[in-house]
Every structure is written in C-alpha cells, then in structure tokens.
Design a protein around this ligand. Structure first.
Ligand SMILES: Nc1ncnc2c1ncn2[C@@H]1O[C@H](COP(=O)(O)OP(=O)(O)OP(=O)(O)O)[C@@H](O)[C@H]1O
Ligand SMILES: [Mg+2]
Length: 215
C-alpha cells in the first residue's frame, strides 16, 4: 500500500520547536525507504505519525487512496492491527508472557487463527536465531534478543506496511545482516511498504530509497 505524507508538521505540547516541519514524501509499495538524520531530527515522530499513533499538528496522511486521518480512532486502530507491523526503538513486549506468546498474539490480533499464528511465530523465531528462547520471557533474554522478538512480532502477520525504528541498534553485525535482509525481502518479495529509521549508514548507503531529515 502506498503511503503519502503531505505537508506534515508536528509540534509536541509544551515543546519549544517543531519535531517535524512540512514534510511531504511518497513511500511506494514494494520498496524499503531508509529514514536517516541526526538524533532529534524527527525520525521516530515521522514513523508514529505515519503509523497513526500520533495525530499531526498540520498536514495529511494517505494510505493507498484513503485519507486515514479522517477516520475515527477505532477504525484507525483496526487498520493498524491488520496492516501494520511496528518495531519500536526500544522493544515493546509483554514482560509477563513468553517470546513465543508475544509474537503469536500479534498474529491473532490481526485475524490469524491461533495455530496459524503460532506456527509462523515459531518459524520466525528460528529464522532470527532465537528459537531456543521461545519459552523465555522478554526479561530473561538479552537486549538484542528482545529486539529480534519485537521484529518477529511485527512480521508475524505478513503486514502490508512495516515501520522499524532502529531495528538493528542492539545487534551484532551478523544478526543485523539477517534483520536487514528480512526487511528488504518483505518489500521486494511480499510487496510491503517498509520504512526504516536508522543511524546505520554503512549498511544503508547503497539502498535506493532514502529520506533524510534535517534538524
Ligand atoms: N513526547 C515528546 N514530547 C516532547 N518532545 C518530544 C517528544 N518526543 C520527541 N520529542 C522531541 O521531538 C524532536 C524529534 O524527536 P524524535 O524522537 O522524533 O527524533 P529522532 O530523529 O527519532 O531521534 P533519535 O535518532 O535520537 O531517535 C526532538 O527534539 C525531541 O526532543
Ligand atoms: Mg528515534
């Protein structure tokens, strides 16, 4: 699904300056776009806005041919659960349930059956090298492993839109390669619109779709 930002600005309540100013950009289906820029330039803010988790101060957002801001909150939440996989800058996981249950839950919230979702969840945990941690809780694994659980949670529903905020920040080089490849495959093989905020210049400098924010 194509995502379009038109004249997006965001000003957090009480903040002195705008976190994002008049940004317009079209993110095409089947592509991965790298969002870069210095710390504080608004990368996370942009992802939250596009994912409908924040409402912009000005401007509009379209998903496909739909003006998604015009929708009621409940409709926005439903759309998000169904279509969006979001990997947060700090892994956001349910600390009281296992890695496998954390990932499985996102699948059935998106409408998959329990069995479908659990099967896919196990496959993903294996793929990202944390199959052995399936029964562990997020508090019982390392930061990089928690990050990979969060990635599995985002990917389990085969979302048409994927946002990832510094998904490889806590990973060693080999694990980061696996994650980048999975995100690129989601775009090129599954047709997802993938938007990744990152400071990882080394790995992303040759990627064709770049959006650089300035502070
Ligand atoms: N909840 C908030 N309330 C007020 N100001 C905020 C809030 N979140 C972010 N900001 C401010 O908005 C600006 C953009 O922040 P944002 O988190 O989007 O930057 P970023 O590019 O993701 O940075 P980083 O690379 O450090 O993750 C910063 O000046 C930040 O201090
Ligand atoms: Mg950020």
């Amino acid at each position: 699904m194509q995502i379009q930002a038109v004249g997006l600005s965001h000003h957090y309540r009480g903040a002195e300056a705008s976190a994002l100013l008049e940004l317009s950009h079209t993110f095409e289906e089947g592509t991965l776009t790298v969002v870069s820029g210095p710390s504080g330039s608004g990368k996370s803010t942009l992802l939250y806005l596009l994912a409908l988790m924040l409402t912009p101060s000005l401007g509009s957002i379209r998903w496909g041919d739909q003006d998604v801001q015009a929708l009621e909150d409940t409709e926005r939440s439903e759309l998000r659960a169904k279509h969006v996989g979001f990997v947060f800058q700090d892994a956001v996981l349910d600390l009281s349930s296992s890695a496998l249950d954390n990932v499985t839950e996102a699948g059935w919230l998106a409408g998959m059956t329990r069995v479908e979702s659990e099967t896919k969840a196990s496959e993903l945990l294996e793929k990202f090298g944390i199959g052995a941690k399936a029964r562990f809780r997020p508090g019982e694994v390392s930061g990089g492993q928690a990050q990979r659980i969060a990635l599995c949670r985002a990917l389990v529903k085969s979302p048409s839109i994927i946002f990832a905020d510094e998904p490889t920040g806590n990973l060693d080089s080999d694990s980061a390669d696996v994650v980048w490849r999975a995100l690129e495959d989601a775009a090129t093989e599954e047709g997802a619109t993938v938007i990744v905020a990152t400071h990882d210049k080394q790995r992303t400098k040759r990627m064709p779709n770049q959006l650089r924010l300035v502070s």
